[in-house]
Design a protein around this ligand. Structure first.
Ligand code: NAP
Length: 267
């Protein structure tokens, strides 16, 4: 085994009980010649310990790297969408992750640019929501086509793996992560003689750009969400969303395909 596989960074909640639960796992890894790093920069594997929300945070805090492997360890009774391993089966997990014939799968990301300036990635979704008990309006462009003017509570733009999260609560379709696309779903649109939207979620090919131009009025401060984190930009004119060429790498395990997870979770 080469050193390349031996530098691990763990992203976990800093609570005493969890840190204690992790000690035997760190010991086993160190006995096997692994180094547990204090920061993610040179890590070959970044491992979140918690729930799906922790995995989303682990990615964001470590910069959505595409040159390392991400893995999620669940601390609840069940594994989840991004947590393929369970904390009580640490030895098995270590064996799987350190296997030289490991199969890797890639999860798509969306790339979001705000006002030609700030940009970021999302693994689940980008959400744009009114921060007031008041609607706001958005001109929606698909490439250069002015597609619709949305007025309502907001819009959610999700990746295929995010399709089982917020998007699903909005009656969006569950999308196979092997399809290079992203999905747009509405949050309570107004549909009347002044405003009309498609009214159903739609999928865009990964080659298209989605532009959201916020119609400036007296509700100019919608909240923007990058997965489970709010973006604190006060005044926004335009948001451009694309499917990123970059994806994140995770471990592919037997009997744990995306559709097996969907079946396990929802059926
Ligand atoms: P949370 O509000 O505490 O929990 C959201 C729930 O969604 C958790 O049960 C979480 O699983 C689950 N989840 C996260 N990503 C998922 C995925 N890709 N497929 C299926 N389920 C998923 O927030 P959180 O735990 O920090 O997760 C953030 C996500 O919550 C956001 O990215 C968004 O998708 C979702 N969300 C949903 C709604 C809604 O459905 N109305 C509203 C806001 C946000 P775990 O228990 O394993 O963490």
């Amino acid at each position: 085994m080469t050193d390349r596989r031996k530098l691990y960074f763990f992203y976990e909640e800093q609570n005493k009980a969890l840190l204690e639960r992790m000690q035997p796992i760190y010991r086993i890894l160190e006995e096997k010649g692994f180094t547990i790093l204090n920061e993610p920069k040179n890590a070959n594997a970044i491992i979140s310990v918690g729930e799906d929300g922790t995995f989303l945070q682990a990615l964001r805090k470590t910069g959505f790297r595409d040159d390392c492997l991400y893995a999620g360890v669940s601390i609840t009774d069940e594994t989840s969408f991004y947590c393929d391993f369970h904390i009580d089966q640490a030895e098995k997990a270590i064996e799987e992750i350190t296997n030289t014939e490991i199969e890797v799968r890639k999860y798509p990301l969306i790339h979001v640019t705000v006002d030609h300036d700030t940009s970021f990635y999302c693994l689940n979704e980008f959400s744009l929501r009114s921060s007031l008990i008041k609607t706001f309006a958005v001109d929606v462009y698909i490439d250069d086509l002015h597609f619709e003017t949305f007025r309502g509570d907001g819009l959610v733009v999700s990746t295929p793996t995010g399709s089982t999260a917020y998007n699903k609560s909005l009656h969006g379709a569950v999308i196979d992560p092997m399809l290079p696309c992203y999905q747009v779903s509405e949050l309570a649109s107004l549909n009347n003689n002044s405003y009309r939207t498609l009214g159903s979620p739609f999928l865009l090919s990964g080659n298209r750009a989605l532009t959201l131009k916020i119609v400036q009025n007296d509700n100019d401060y919608p909240v923007m969400g990058m997965d489970n984190e709010a973006l604190s930009i006060k005044h926004v004119d335009q948001i451009v969303i694309r499917l990123s060429e970059k994806g994140i790498k995770t471990v592919k395990l037997k009997n744990n395909s995306f559709w097996e997870k969907v079946q396990r979770t929802f059926l």
